[in-house]
Design a protein around this ligand. Structure first.
Ligand code: PHE
Length: 502
């Protein structure tokens, strides 16, 4: 349940509908399903299995499987995850802002905005821009980190207690939204959109890359979190079955979320813009704001929607924190409470850095994408490249150390469903070839188009930032995880005492 709580998150409710829309609705289906079956499930089996096999968090487990390079990869992945966590919690802070807003101001008639793009802004959009450019979300971000601290400092038991409430609550909220969406007049058209394929899109490599990135993100692979959770699994039980179950629960939830969101969008003929964040923060509220039944209905569905996002996001963010806490404790024999407090404090400061540009310069040009901020830039590298890079390196390393077959045999010994030797070829050969091809293709496309964000628009007075920010973000993403990973891998481990027991 905790693993499915990690998997089900903003990715399901926010990124999936946005990606499905961007990549042609029904046509996204096929690449998505293939990515899940060919890459997603096998890598989830490996990541969960590694944890269960070695009883260590990601760097420790990879060290046992593949030596020092393995440990380096483990730390690198966790710091890449760290960047994503900072952005993720910043978004959750905004979700709280919207949740508070949905009690009233979010639904008020559109008010003129000064200082933003000249185009007339619908109220949710105006509300969102105003909200993020005030200091309140910084407080909400701190609260989300405090909630993470509160849950993770109790260890596996704390996470267990939280997900027992959060996960069923998420499903209930999602079904309420689904029923509301599909019973709206015109809502079913949205469902058709999601399921009517347009094969022309399939020849577009970008769609396939989008599908694989979505799968990595949504089932939490390439982050190192599933290995940390796998380390707590009991002796008995099959990671093959667990991985299949978690993936299907997650992707089932994702499709239900897609149907609900598309139904609401189509019922009100709201055209989503390209951006993922736009979808959640203004398109969905625009749809909800038009629900028939007046303020009580609108308010309650708005609250439901943002509460769902909050619960889903919180049960995901705790897994990122746990992955890092567990790894650091193992390495340095640290107390759980102190380690969690240190990480969450650093998290507050880090997430503020991502949310602050909007407070400092509320005029960041928002072509539905919030402009090109540090947020977009880091997210681009950590998400579009980092996760796939971890998946690829992990497969190559395990193959080089002849660990895949060993792991598979041990998984098969405890599972009623046998993976068989084809699994070794899939993980050791097919997946690396696929991921290398996609990464090279993306990089070439990127180099041709110019460095990501190089054409960013910033408001007057900040335009000089636009010239250095894209390069600086790339450098930051490359150097911080690499530097820290080298340092931590070289550092001799502190012998374990009882302190670092789970
Ligand atoms: N799977 C989460 C989502 O869909 C993202 C995530 C990945 C969260 C890894 C935590 C750890 O939102």
């Amino acid at each position: 349940m905790a693993a499915s709580g990690s998997a089900i998150g903003l990715g399901n409710v926010v990124f999936f509908p946005a990606n499905a829309y961007r990549f042609g609705g029904g046509s996204f289906y096929l690449p998505y399903l293939l990515a899940l079956l060919v890459v997603g499930v096998p890598l989830l089996i490996v990541e969960l299995g590694l944890g269960r096999e070695h009883r260590r968090a990601y760097p420790g487990a990879l060290r046992k499987a593949a030596g020092g390079t393995g440990e380096f990869l483990g730390w690198w992945a966790l710091f890449n995850t760290g960047f994503i966590a900072l952005c993720y919690v910043a978004i959750l802070g905004w979700v709280v802002g919207m949740l508070v807003g949905s009690l009233g101001p979010l639904w008020e008639p559109s008010t003129a905005l000064t200082g933003f793009d000249a185009e007339r802004l619908a109220n949710p959009r105006g509300f969102f821009y105003r909200m993020i450019s005030r200091p309140a979300p910084l407080l909400f971000i701190a609260l989300i980190w405090a909630a993470n601290l509160w849950i993770v400092r109790r260890g596996a038991a704390g996470i267990e207690r939280a997900v027992r409430v959060f996960v069923p609550a998420m499903w209930i909220l999602m079904f309420l939204l689904l029923i509301r969406g599909v019973t709206l007049p015109g809502g079913v058209d949205g469902v058709w959109y999601l399921f009517t394929p347009d094969p022309a899109v399939l020849s577009d490599v970008e769609v396939w890359r989008g599908a694989i990135s979505q799968i990595f993100f949504t089932i939490s692979i390439g982050f190192g979190v599933m290995t940390a959770y796998g380390a707590y699994l009991p002796e008995r039980g099959s990671q093959t079955t667990q991985a299949v179950l978690v993936s299907f629960l997650n992707c089932g939830f994702e499709y239900v979320a897609g149907i609900a969101v598309f139904a609401i969008l189509f019922a009100f003929a709201v055209v989503p813009q390209a951006s993922t964040i736009a979808m959640t923060f203004f398109i969905a509220p625009e749809g909800i704001g038009q629900l028939p039944g007046g303020p009580p209905v609108v308010t309650s569905f708005g609250v439901l929607f943002f509460l769902l996002l909050l619960l889903a996001g919180l049960s995901s963010s705790v897994s990122m924190v746990e992955a890092l806490v567990a790894a650091l404790r193992e390495k340095f024999d640290l107390h759980r409470g102190a380690t969690t407090t240190a990480i969450c404090t650093a998290g507050i400061l880090g997430s503020w850095v991502f949310a602050l540009p909007h407070v400092v310069d509320p005029q960041l040009h928002g072509h539905g994408t919030l402009g090109m901020t540090l947020f977009d830039l880091i997210d681009h590298w950590a998400f579009d490249y980092g996760l796939l890079l971890v998946g690829l390196s992990q497969a190559l390393l395990l193959a080089r150390h002849r660990r895949i077959e060993r792991l598979r045999r041990s998984l098969d010994a405890r599972s009623p469903r046998k993976l068989g030797p084809a699994f070794d070829i899939l993980v050791g050969r097919v997946i690396p070839v696929l991921l290398t091809a996609l990464l090279v293709w993306s990089l070439v496309a990127e180099v041709r188009a110019g460095l990501y964000g190089a054409d960013a628009t910033f408001a007057d007075g900040w335009s000089r930032l636009a010239t250095v920010a894209p390069g600086a973000a790339l450098l930051l993403w490359l150097t911080v995880p690499t530097g820290l990973a080298i340092l931590l891998t070289r550092w001799p481990p502190v012998p374990r005492t009882r302190r670092s027991q789970p």
